[in-house]
Design a protein around this ligand. Sequence first.
Ligand SMILES: NC(=O)c1ccc[n+]([C@@H]2O[C@H](COP(=O)([O-])OP(=O)(O)OC[C@H]3O[C@@H](n4cnc5c(N)ncnc54)[C@H](OP(=O)(O)O)[C@@H]3O)[C@@H](O)[C@H]2O)c1
Length: 249
Amino acid sequence: MQKLSGKNALITGGNSGIGLATARLFREHGASLIITGRDQASLAEARTALGEDVLAVQSDAGNLADIEQLMNVAKERCGQLDVLFVNAGMALAAPFELVAENIFDEMVAVNIKGIFFTIQKALPLLANGSSVIITTSITNQMGSPNFSVYGACKAAQRSLVKSLGLELIGRGIRVNAISPGPIATPMYGRVGLPNEVEQMVKAEIQGKSPLKRFGESEEVAKVALFLASDDSSYIVGDEIVVDGGMSLL
Ligand SMILES: NC(=O)c1ccc[n+]([C@@H]2O[C@H](COP(=O)([O-])OP(=O)(O)OC[C@H]3O[C@@H](n4cnc5c(N)ncnc54)[C@H](OP(=O)(O)O)[C@@H]3O)[C@@H](O)[C@H]2O)c1
């Protein structure tokens, strides 16, 4: 049974990793899709793979003008949104004492300011009965050495989910989060570690994991589908952990 038939969904960061896997699953379940990202080549690739009727919009998730323009495009395209998956995010590794102001500002712009204003600017489009989902992270409850800004932003997202969960439910909008543990996506290649260090970090994570493996993007996408659909109709302001038990350690 298709769970998103007739629904309009917007996925930020829909050209890679968790967002792309979710876009695929939402399509299979009948959603009309808008995806965003920065990289034009992978946006075009994603559109070809997902179907030419998918709208792929180049949009910087940390830039307010881009966010406003995105919502104008979404309004023109589909009038209203039933699902908003606020998923775009980035992590840069750096020891605390080496975090420069420009890196701090970029991380905060994408991982919290952009999240906040994406939801705010989408508000006029969000239908009664709609679902907003934020991709947070288990780092928001665990100490994350070398990822202090990222973890702090993800903790702020967690707070936002609770505040907006209560603030928007009166308008018929459910706000929830998915909190992934280690998921095998291109993100690890983008954190700025030399290749051999990246491989060591990945091996360490895998060794620590109670399941002895990384999660797959598709395993997160299934939870996004659950939160997007009416199957989760009584879940508000909550965060579902998808981490193979990692945060229990
Ligand atoms: N993988 C994990 O282990 C893990 C764990 C916990 C949480 N998460 C969260 O999961 C979400 C998705 O990450 P992923 O693992 O799927 O990694 P990914 O494959 O690197 O995907 C990140 C996505 O975010 C987009 N993005 C980043 N900065 C952007 C910006 N300024 N403007 C627009 N789009 C931007 C990227 O688009 P471009 O490629 O076009 O830049 C890409 O589509 C993120 O919020 C991440 O923090 C991931």
